[in-house]
Design a protein around this ligand. Structure first.
Ligand code: SF4
Length: 62
């Protein structure tokens, strides 16, 4: 599992942090960073819910 937040796209709206605090945290720049590369039930929901499509979740076994 590879979870990435494109820092150039992220607008720091905190939606992903609210939707999935297990996977995303606010970083020093007020944007979102992945906490780990582990997928939680809410990870994909948070990725899909990002208004600017900044989150990518890739399954490495696919
Ligand atoms: S939902 Fe998207 S734009 Fe908003 S903080 Fe998360 S990654 Fe950034």
């Amino acid at each position: 599992m590879k979870i990435e937040v494109n820092q150039d796209l992220c607008i720091g709206c905190q939606t992903c942090v609210a939707n999935c605090p297990e996977s995303f945290q606010t970083n020093d720049e007020g944007k979102s960073s992945p906490i780990s590369q582990k997928e939680f039930p809410c990870t994909m929901k948070a990725a899909v819910g990002c208004p600017v499509g900044a989150i990518s979740v890739t399954r490495e076994d696919e």
